[in-house]
Design a protein around this ligand. Structure first.
Ligand code: PGA
Length: 251
């Protein structure tokens, strides 16, 4: 893929049902697809909506992504969805390791690394999330948590030379709270991630993004951050006008 300067990843979580996702797209697909941008917009809806949305955007620059996948390839894993199935819906990206999965569903660092591997094996681009909790942040543990989460991922993805892997720095305490780290703190974490990737997995093309309370009126402060190549956007991505403002502010 031609890697753009910025990715705008709309993470719809479980905020929109299948029907609501399809209706939203019926209403806004044309406007979204005709936004004047050289950057990449990715919509990540609930699993059942992947196929109809991928169909709807098939001939447009908009890409579709899953929000999670199984750490396993295939087999007796009731309730799990494989990366291969996600790819077969016409999706091109898949989020793994979101803190809501890590915390609510007890996903481990090892499982997230296996998921990233499955996503790459299925030919998709992974969007791997890492980030510290509020307590860890307050105890000055951010860099050790990032390292702990990232190392197994780099270990499992380093075999995929030249492939694109997005790493999203998402401080858990910034998600859905309206709080954000200072731009200098985000830059420090991104620098740490870049150094780790260069050391551990130099053949893979890593692209760094930020997520957590990104809105049209907060995004401007993130612009100067060195090494930042996009945003994972939760609640602000549910509103078309807000999403449009965000995308168009980074032409
Ligand atoms: P938020 O969510 O933009 O609503 O903070 C971001 C995310 O969870 O990916």
């Amino acid at each position: 893929m031609q890697v753009p300067s910025y990715f705008f990843i709309a993470n719809w979580k479980m905020q929109r049902s299948f029907t609501e996702s399809v209706q939203w797209v019926e209403e806004y697909a044309d406007q979204l697809a005709s936004l004047e941008t050289k950057n990449q917009i990715v919509i990540c809806p609930t699993f059942p909506a992947l196929y109809p949305l991928a169909q709807k955007f098939d001939t447009t620059p908009i890409a579709i992504g899953g929000q999670n996948c199984s750490p396993y390839e295939q087999g007796a894993y009731t309730g799990q969805v494989s990366a291969q199935s996600i790819a077969q819906t016409g999706s091109v990206f898949c989020i793994v390791g979101h803190s809501e999965q890590r915390i609510l569903m007890q996903e481990t660092n090892y499982e997230v690394a296996l998921q990233a591997e499955q996503v790459l094996k299925a030919g998709l681009y992974p969007i791997v999330c890492v980030g510290e909790t509020e307590e860890e942040h307050a105890s000055g543990l951010t860099s050790s948590i990032i390292e702990e989460q990232l190392l197994p991922i780099l270990e499992r993805t380093k075999q995929f030379e030249d492939r694109l892997v997005l790493i999203a720095y998402e401080p858990v305490w910034a998600i859905g709270t309206g709080k954000m780290p200072a731009p200098a703190s985000i830059e420090m974490v991104l620098e740490q991630i870049i150094n780790l990737t260069k050391k551990m997995s130099p053949g893979v093309q890593y692209h760094l993004i930020y997520g957590g309370s990104v809105k049209s009126d907060t995004i401007e402060s993130l612009r100067p951050i060195k090494g930042l190549g996009g945003f994972l956007i939760g609640s602000a991505s549910l509103n078309f006008q807000e999403l449009k403002k965000i995308v168009l502010s980074f032409k």
